[in-house]
Design a binder for this molecule. Structure first.
Ligand code: E4P
Length: 229
């Protein structure tokens, strides 16, 4: 099983992608410099938190990261979402339009998928919602794990279900594990074979650290001083 998985992933070049979940340009710049960021996800809350204009932020993100950049619509009817999505998609080839998981959102995704506009169906809290989004032709679905955990549910459970369902039927829709709160969520997402984890900068910074690494470096540096010159 392990060997099969390995051969499959190697053959298709599949590695879980890491997106950074923020609109903070300094954070995006710093993390992109580490060479491990494949894309960016934003939402209206993150844009508002940045204190900058939407245009200022997106223009800059495209210069920093050459990968999928999710930008969210704020319309509520399918017609409004499609109109906004077309405008957003026209900004840059890397735009992925975030559409909320509603019936109107599904209609919008269906229309946009026929126009080859990439979509990320957001605010997904159940496997059934993900199934509908995939059937409508979504490029990505974003199950929000942390918010489910906050409510006393086991958020990662729905990722497991979605991975199974998409695998059973060969849906091309990619799974972005979103609303990640801590490094264990990232490990769980990768073990389940999620396509992408979108991670807040603070969590990515925790992923790189281990106290034993720091102690080990310190000891090596101290011992190096004892080597005769
Ligand atoms: C995903 O695309 C969302 O921006 C994000 O993961 C939401 O996370 P939160 O629950 O921490 O707001």
């Amino acid at each position: 099983m392990l060997i099969n998985n390995l051969l499959f992933s190697t053959f298709w070049g599949l590695v879980m992608k890491i997106f950074v979940d923020t609109a903070d340009l300094d954070e995006i710049r710093e993390l992109a410099s580490w060479g491990v960021i494949d894309g960016v996800t934003t939402n209206p809350t993150l844009i508002a938190k940045s204190g900058r204009s939407f245009k200022e932020i997106v223009d800059e993100i495209f210069k920093i990261v050459d990968g999928p950049i999710s930008l969210e619509v704020v319309g509520t009817t399918a017609e409004e979402m499609v109109k906004e999505a077309r405008q957003l998609a026209g900004i840059h080839r890397n735009v992925v339009v975030k559409i909320p998981m509603t019936a109107e959102g599904l209609k919008a995704v269906k229309t946009l998928s026929k126009e080859d506009v990439k979509t990320n169906v957001t605010l997904v809290f159940s496997a059934n919602q993900a199934l509908l989004a995939a059937k409508a032709g979504a490029t990505y679905v974003s199950p929000f794990i942390g918010r489910l955990d906050d409510m006393g549910h086991e958020g990662m459970q729905i990722v497991e279900e979605i991975v199974d369902i998409f695998g059973n039927y060969g849906f091309k829709t990619q799974i972005i594990v979103a609303s990640i709160r801590h490094p264990v969520h990232v490990v769980q997402a990768a073990r389940l074979g999620a396509d992408v984890a979108t991670i807040p900068p603070a969590v990515i910074k925790k992923m790189v650290k281990h106290s034993l690494t720091d102690v080990g470096i310190q000891r090596f540096l101290e011992d190096w001083k004892k080597v005769p010159k």
